[in-house]
Design a protein around this ligand. Structure first.
Ligand code: NAP
Ligand code: F7E
Length: 329
């Protein structure tokens, strides 16, 4: 039985990856940071409570830790001795990273080094996945692929470039099977509420049932390549099963503006977006990434991975899920 360690297991991707690996028969260990209220909703609070109580029936194990606490990371890595490590934890919100640049650098950049050092100190022969991002390309025009120039436009993007190069450095310096997955935006009903797709789908559902009338957004012209998160975590796993450690872009290859996503989401609920959406300067960023559209042909050729769900279907899946959530079904 393979053993995996996931940082960021309580996040969107971490929770889908845990589901995937448990279904494949893995023993799954996740690092959860301490919070004053529950942060295990995406894993299922009851399931997480059972893990903490020692009454769990599945193969999920949770450990308290934080990417800013190197000692805890070292202890967990040495105790668990995983075959595969997925480093998904991060301060992942681009706009917030402008308000918290030091924390972002420490968590996303320093945290990756702490984890890599913990693996090296434990002399672990494991495979390591780093959650890199299309935000590293920033100002480089699309289509962006594995060899495109990095020009990040936020503290988030710069911290991830550092972590990306640390991953490659540990591969070259210590022969660690370390892989960087450069993933374009991927969303789902489990997406955090302050990312634009979920903010839109949630607002559409709330407007539909009369709980809200207006939706304030920032730049409607930004172009993103939005895919479906469960398909992307499958891609992460495939990267670690490949015989060679090498980096991959995962993307749909289709660009959609925020405005087009809004229009599709409102249309799906039978609403006219122009009656409800207002542009608010507060959601504009000090430096914007205008267009990200990925070229994932390497992942298709080498791993057989291809995105199946594109932005239109994604908007409809997310609106349906938020309507169902409000209706309690
Ligand atoms: P997410 O939903 O924001 O989840 C982030 C996870 O990191 C959560 O489990 C969070 O814990 C945890 N975390 C945050 N700070 C931490 C710290 N200091 N120590 C330990 N854990 C910490 O992000 P996601 O969308 O699943 O993304 C997963 C990873 O992929 C991230 O590294 C992100 O930067 C990267 N990425 C995401 C996308 C995308 O479109 N989703 C694209 C490219 C790359 P709490 O639950 O307690 O907050
Ligand atoms: O913004 C624009 C905003 O915050 C998308 C993270 O997962 O993907 C994500 O980063 C676009 C931007 O995602 C609002 O200006 C307009 O152009 O949903 P977002 P992001 O910044 O692309 C990358 C790949 C990651 O790695 C990150 O971790 O939408 N936008 N109005 C808005 N964005 C937000 N959040 N809120 C608005 O009201």
């Amino acid at each position: 039985m393979k053993r995996a360690l996931i940082t960021g297991i309580t996040g969107q991707d971490g929770s889908y990856l845990a589901d995937l690996l448990l279904a494949k028969g893995y023993e799954v260990h996740g690092i959860v940071r301490r919070a004053s209220t529950s942060n295990t909703e995406r894993l299922g609070d009851e399931r997480a409570d059972a893990v903490y109580d020692g009454t769990a029936t599945d193969n999920l194990h949770l450990h308290h830790g934080d990417l800013n606490d190197g000692l805890a990371l070292s202890r967990i890595v040495a105790d668990v001795r995983p075959d595969e490590v997925y480093n998904l934890a991060a301060m992942s919100h681009v706009q917030v990273s402008f308000d918290m640049p030091e924390y972002t650098a420490s968590t996303n950049g320093g945290g990756t080094v702490r984890l890599l050092e913990a693996i090296r100190a434990a002399k672990l022969d494991c495979r390591f996945y780093q959650a890199s991002t299309s935000e590293m390309f920033g100002r480089t025009p699309p289509p962006q692929h594995e060899d495109s120039t990095f020009h990040p436009r936020s503290p988030y993007g710069t911290s991830k470039v550092f972590a990306h190069w640390c991953t490659i450095n540990y591969r070259e310096a210590y022969d660690l099977f370390a892989v960087s997955g450069i993933l374009f935006n991927h969303e789902s009903p489990r997406r955090g509420e302050n990312f634009v797709t979920r903010k839109i789908s949630r607002a559409v559902a709330r407007i539909k049932v009369g709980l809200q009338d207006e939706l304030a957004l920032g730049n409607l012209d930004a172009v993103r390549d939005w895919g479906y998160a469960p398909e992307y975590v499958e891609g992460m796993w495939l990267m670690l099963q490949h015989e060679e450690p090498t980096d991959f872009v995962l993307a749909t290859g289709t660009g959609t503006t925020v405005r087009e996503f809004v229009e599709t989401a409102f249309d799906h609920a039978g609403l006219d977006w122009r009656d409800h959406v207002r542009v608010d300067e507060r959601f504009q960023r000090p430096a914007e990434v205008h267009a990200l559209i990925g070229d994932a042909s390497k992942a298709h050729r080498v791993l057989g991975w291809k995105a199946q769900t594109h932005a239109g279907d994604l908007a409809r899946i997310m609106v349906d899920a938020d309507v169902a959530l409000l209706e309690g079904t």
